[in-house]
Write a protein that binds this ligand. Structure first.
Ligand code: PXP
Length: 250
């Protein structure tokens, strides 16, 4: 079975927010992604609201008919928003002020009480609770301990090793293979614990194939590279190409 693809449309909102303009519409983007074969839509409601706004989450909840996954920090404010809006899934992520993008996975072990409380509240209200973590056995064990239903393995270190041809030979290839091994082992361990396994961050048309061959990974959350490509080929085409890149790997 090939993995599901949730398209992260944060950067459609980034373009809109650059001018505080009404366009481009995130709802229109979500509809195009769904028509192009996306299995779901992912958005990140950041504390600083730099791209996705609260109103977007509400509008998307009303219009997305596939699956809506909202990434957020494990704060009381955010969990309250999620419980009110009822996305299908919430992925808890770390958030640091001033970061350009999420910098690695959540440290579940050192934030165990906060994460457990957030997971409990989400699950009680019927929302699937996913934790974005590094491919590290200690974090997987902690995710299991706090009763999460899914882990999303952070592919940033793997993706970084493959950038700009670095993964083709030499040091980049060695590092990319090491990171792939970590992802493979983490996916297997998470599955042994009965956790659903997702993956994402920094994935591209070029590097997604090797990760898509990891059988336990059932879901990808991919944003920046799809939206970047859509500037040149259109969003429908860009989504179809990513779908094809994932399917080709199996
Ligand atoms: N998964 C998580 C948890 C993320 O925070 C992000 C970035 O918002 C993504 C996936 C998508 O990453 P990218 O935009 O690099 O594809």
């Amino acid at each position: 079975m090939t993995a599901r693809l949730n398209v992260n449309i944060d950067h459609v909102a980034t373009v809109r927010q650059a001018r505080r303009a009404p366009e481009p519409s995130v709802v229109a983007a979500a509809m195009i992604c769904e028509q192009a074969g996306a299995d779901g839509i992912t958005i990140h409601l950041r504390g600083d609201r730099r791209h996705i706004q609260d109103a977007d989450v509400r509008l998307l909840r009303e219009s997305v008919t596939t699956y809506l996954n909202v990434e957020m920090a494990a704060t009381e404010e955010m969990v309250k928003v999620a419980i009110e809006i009822q996305p299908d899934a919430v992925s808890l992520v770390p958030e640091n002020r001033g970061e350009i993008t999420t910098e690695g996975g959540l440290n579940v072990r050192t934030n165990i009480a906060i994460v457990r409380a957030a997971v409990n509240k989400l699950r009680e209200s019927g929302i699937m609770a996913s934790l974005f973590i590094d491919p590290d056995p200690h974090q997987i064990e902690a995710a299991h301990e706090v009763n999460a239903q899914q882990v999303e393995l952070c592919t940033a270190a793997y993706a970084e090793a493959t950038l700009g041809g670095r993964g083709i030979h030499g040091e980049g290839a060695v590092r990319a293979n090491q990171e792939l091994r970590r992802l493979r082992e983490a996916a297997a361990l998470a599955a042994q614990y009965g956790l659903h396994v997702a993956a994402g961050h920094g994935l591209t048309y070029r590097n997604v194939g090797a990760v898509a061959r990891i059988g336990e990974i059932a879901e990808f959350n991919i944003g920046h590279n799809i939206i970047a490509r859509s500037v040149f080929v259109g969003l429908d085409h860009a989504v179809r190409e990513m779908r094809a890149a994932i399917d080709a790997a199996k």
